[in-house]
Write a protein that binds this ligand. Structure first.
Ligand code: PMP
Length: 407
């Protein structure tokens, strides 16, 4: 099978080649945000150097170029998600913004007292709080799919929670805190049987899987470009046409209207109805180059590399006395969340940085999950295909030194 040439790949990500606190950088915080290939950085630079203008309205050449660049990314996303049309690809500022949009428009229009919004115990706060907010306003109720000791959703409980009161199921595809991959196809099918719609938070899955919104029969799918080797400040909301069309707009302003007068305003068509104001043109444009970059890589080799990193890190870390891996689902992405007896995760994070190693510590915006395991937080190392086994060796060696310093 084809293997990635990591020496070549790492050259595409200039940020990786640096010293931090006197040691080579080991960047294991990819679940928080991924690094950007040179083609994305170049696209941003090129846009501001040559093409910058506001989009859609202008008739001049730069406006035309900016509009074409922005809309080209929408077309690339249609292909990336296997979506039926570009109208169903809505640009937001991120996963959080996409979930809030659905909560505030679909939720406000459709939820009433007694309805249930079903989330899981694995969710990021951004897939909990917007539902609590709209539940409070509408009288709907948020219920929770429990998670077992290994970090796997309890599908028996899910089935019994799925009553005809459930209007929406909102779950992540992959847990950012512990890496569990949820069986979303099955979850969507079951939800549809009771007439519930499903929103999938794909923030942690888009970098690892091929997503086919039609094969999955997804109602809503949201993610952030910055977790997919693209810029910050860009997100995507995909929705089924019949849902998006009946949803009222989220924000009012320029671009989202057809005609405005003081006697009444008519709204623009999809997707513009949901894109009020000047969007993040430069970053949307540059994001398209991240998608191209990914498409140029041999997908199987990427998966193999991530799996090799996960297996190797799990094996190496398991040999450390007192270390416990939190989240041991059979189906997980290349994320290792762990705690060590008698050591605060934060102390490990701070000390590892002295050795140039970047991991994340804390609750990972998933406090209800931490509460489930009676933890305040974990240490989380999250890998991308550009990481290497040698970096895992550096990380494990640094971790052992930290533990000696702390004991
Ligand atoms: N959901 C999950 C599963 C995430 O990992 C994240 C980012 N940590 C978010 C939602 C929120 O994404 P953003 O901050 O880009 O809006």
């Amino acid at each position: 099978a084809e293997k990635l040439d990591l020496n070549l790949i790492r050259k595409d990500f200039p940020i990786l080649d640096q010293q931090v606190n006197g040691s080579p950088l080991v960047y294991f915080d990819n679940a928080a945000t991924t690094q950007k290939p040179q083609v994305v950085i170049d696209a941003l630079n090129r846009y501001y150097t040559q093409d910058n203008a506001n989009i859609h309205r202008g008739l001049h050449t730069l406006a035309e170029r900016a509009t074409t660049g922005y809309e080209l990314t929408r077309t690339k996303l249609k292909d990336f998600l296997h979506a039926p049309s570009t109208d169903q690809i809505i640009f937001t500022s991120g996963t959080t913004a996409g979930i809030n949009l659905v909560a505030q428009t679909y939720g406000r229009a459709n939820f009433t007292a007694g309805d249930v919004i079903l989330v899981s115990n694995l969710e990021h706060h951004s897939n909990i709080v917007p539902w609590q907010m709209i539940a409070q306003e509408t009288g709907a109720e948020v219920q929770v799919i429990p998670v077992d000791e290994l970090g796997v959703l309890d599908m028996v409980a899910y089935q019994s929670l799925l009553t005809d009161r459930v209007k929406l199921v909102a779950v992540n595809h992959v847990s950012n805190a512990i890496g569990t991959i949820n069986p979303i196809k099955q979850m969507i099918d079951w939800a549809h049987r009771v007439g519930a719609k499903v929103l999938i938070d794909g923030a942690q899955s888009v970098a690892h899987f091929d997503i086919d919104v039609q094969a999955l029969d997804l109602d809503f799918f949201v993610f952030s470009a910055h977790k997919l080797f693209g810029p910050t400040g860009v997100g995507v909301l995909y929705g089924k046409r019949e849902l998006l069309e009946t949803m009222p707009p989220y924000q009012g302003g320029g671009e989202m209207i057809k005609e405005v007068s003081f006697s009444g305003t008519t709204y623009n068509e999809l997707p513009y109805k949901f894109e009020a104001g000047t969007p993040n043109i430069a970053d949307v444009y540059a994001f398209g180059f991240a998608l191209d970059y990914l498409a140029s890589l041999p997908q199987n080799a990427v998966w193999e590399q991530e799996k090799a990193l996960l297996d190797y890190a799990t094996e190496q870390l398991s040999q450390i006395d007192g270390l416990r891996i939190v989240g041991q689902a059979h189906e997980k992405i290349a994320v290792v969340s762990f705690v060590i007896d008698g050591v605060h995760p934060q102390d490990i994070g701070v000390l590892l940085d002295k050795f140039g190693v970047a991991i994340r510590t804390g609750h990972h915006c998933a406090q209800p999950l931490m509460a489930r395991y009676d933890l305040v937080g974990t240490c989380r190392a999250s890998f991308a295909f550009y990481n290497t086994k040698e970096e895992i060796d550096l990380f494990v060696k640094a971790l052992k030194r930290c533990l000696m310093m702390l004991s």
